[in-house]
Design a protein around this ligand. Structure first.
Ligand code: ADP
Ligand code: MG
Length: 512
């Protein structure tokens, strides 16, 4: 069939339109200026526009020939959607087979749910499909909606029926349900002589659209993010491998879901190498792969000299792995200095396994949640003062998020955790971070009734060995910033080789 055939009727211009499928459309509107101005013509044009916006379902013409009037190209779209749906179903079936094969009868099972293409509401819709073509006589078959002629009404006198007639509209609405996405279940509605009111039709249409969007959104979002508590398939695979390798015995459950990480408890298994002993209980910190929470943490890592060169070359996903890597390095430094903290077991991408602080699946309480005797409170304070100094002098680190939220009370002492954001003191904001840590610690212990607790400025000097003399917070902070600036200038002028603050109480001197 030729797509374009010459139109025998209707001269050039004069509003004649060609039908792309061959049959000519013979209607032509030619009119004078007076006609153009006439109300009747305005109405006709209005009707034409409406018809174009809401094409009516036209009764199928008798005979085998496709004419310009009965062709409905929207079926191409429908066909494509149906093929896509069929593909999606097959894809999901294959996914289910792989899921089964991978899981076998393993202790940890991996769900491929997030990879499915078909929305769960219709995943089993194929089961109740009925082949209506086998039914010779269908008692529910609807009368096709009648078309309203151009003039906008049929009949005469009081039997006049306009296109706004309730029954006509209802039938049209029912027929229009065919335009919904194929996965939207309208049951036998289309086949029956249903008359959907505009209100019902609009509600259905709205629902059909939002379901379509929801399906697409679910697929897109769940695949890439680490959901609250649950983890994405890639992380699950990592965890599964750890259990399968025998390194972990079982993963028992989630201890904490924070903004940036999810922490699980696990029982340790056996190490592949003899020199490494896996703790009986482990904490698994999964750094969230949703990137937005990490955006505002840029400054911790971007300016950290240890990571500076790499930062600019990395994509956001890799930056998240770097957080995990940072936590591992920092914990190792602390471990080497003898500071009570989790011991690193293994790091795999954005998943860090460490020893569990607590017992029998119960994590040690945070300092903010535990009520200590005044004796223990004082003991805890001196221990923290000591740890902060060690951290600064021996590990060359500032915690940068030190507070009663990141200190656990276990075995009669304080344990430091959550050091992914810790930086070296020479970090451009390192001293500011230290001052903030000092403020948190001072306030907590002063409120907790430890009379010996230094104020934040004294604590800062005691930890850093610096001797900032300002006696009010504003001036103190100004001096801190001036020191940071000096350090930054020094780094700029002498390359990025580390410069050290003196730790012996003198004003800062730099050495290369
Ligand atoms: P976040 O960055 O989400 O604050 P944290 O490292 O502070 O991550 O861990 C969140 C919570 O998980 C902690 O407050 C603590 O209760 C628990 N937790 C983390 N690591 C351990 C661990 N090694 N042992 C026991 N509990 C832990
Ligand atoms: Mg924390």
């Amino acid at each position: 069939m030729s797509r374009f055939s010459p139109s025998p009727v209707g001269g050039p211009g004069a509003g004649s339109r060609r039908c792309p499928w061959g049959a000519p459309n013979t209607t032509s509107i030619s009119c004078s200026l007076a006609d153009v101005m006439s109300e009747q013509l305005a109405k006709e044009l209005q009707l034409e526009e409406e018809n174009a916006a809401f094409p009516e379902v036209v009764a199928v013409a008798e005979g085998p020939f496709i004419t310009g009037e009965n062709i409905d190209t929207s079926s191409d779209l429908m066909l494509a959607q149906m093929l896509q749906m069929e593909f999606d179903r097959e894809y999901d079936a294959q996914l289910r087979r792989e899921e089964k094969k991978i899981n076998g009868d393993s202790k940890v099972s991996i769900s491929f749910e997030n990879y499915r293409k078909v929305h769960p509401y219709d995943s089993d819709s194929s089961e109740d499909e009925v082949d209506w073509q086998d039914t010779r006589h269908d008692p529910y078959r609807a009368d096709k909606p009648t078309t309203t002629p151009r003039k906008g009404f049929i009949g005469k006198g009081k039997d006049i029926t306009t296109k706004h007639d309730e029954v006509v509209c209802g039938r049209k609405n029912t027929a229009r349900m065919e335009n919904f996405a194929p996965e939207f279940q309208v049951g036998d509605g289309i086949g029956m002589d249903l008359k959907l009111s505009n209100q019902v039709f609009n509600a259905l249409k709205q629902h059909a659209y939002s379901e379509e969007r929801r399906s697409a959104r679910l697929h897109e979002k769940k695949e890439h993010s680490t959901a609250e508590k649950a983890v994405d398939p890639k992380t699950r695979l990592l965890l599964y491998k750890m259990v399968n390798a025998g390194m972990l015995e079982t993963i028992t459950g989630c201890i904490s879901t924070g903004k940036e990480s999810v922490v699980f408890h696990a029982y340790g298994g056996k190490s592949a190498t003899e020199d490494k002993v896996i703790p009986p209980e482990c904490a698994i910190k999964v750094f969230k792969t949703t990137l937005n929470e990490f955006k505002n943490r840029d400054k911790y890592i971007k300016d950290d000299y240890r990571f500076k060169d790499r930062f600019s070359k990395l994509n956001p996903r890799k930056i998240i792995r770097m957080w995990a890597e940072k936590e591992m390095h920092n914990l190792t430094r602390m471990q080497n200095a003898g500071i009570p903290c989790p011991q690193v077991v293994i790091l795999k991408k954005h998943v860090l396994v460490m020893s569990f602080i607590g017992q029998d699946q119960v994590p040690a309480p945070k300092l903010k949640d535990v009520t200590l005797s005044s004796e223990d409170m004082k003991k805890a304070y001196y221990q923290i003062l000591n740890m902060m100094q060690q951290l600064y002098k021996e590990c060359n680190l500032v915690h940068a998020d030190l507070s009663e939220y990141n200190m656990l009370w276990h075995d009669g002492k304080v344990w430091l955790i959550d050091v992914s954001q810790s930086v070296e003191p020479t970090h451009p904001h390192g001293l500011e971070f230290l001052f903030r840590d000092c403020r948190n610690v001072s306030q907590f212990f002063q409120k907790g009734g430890v009379a010996e607790a230094l104020n934040e400025r004294e604590l800062f000097n005691a930890v850093s060995g610096l001797n900032i003399t300002a006696d009010n917070e504003v001036d103190f902070q100004a001096e801190i910033e001036a020191l940071e600036k000096m350090n930054e200038d020094h780094v700029q002028n002498h390359g990025k080789k580390l410069s050290m603050f003196s730790n012996d109480g003198d004003p800062p001197i730099y050495d290369e």
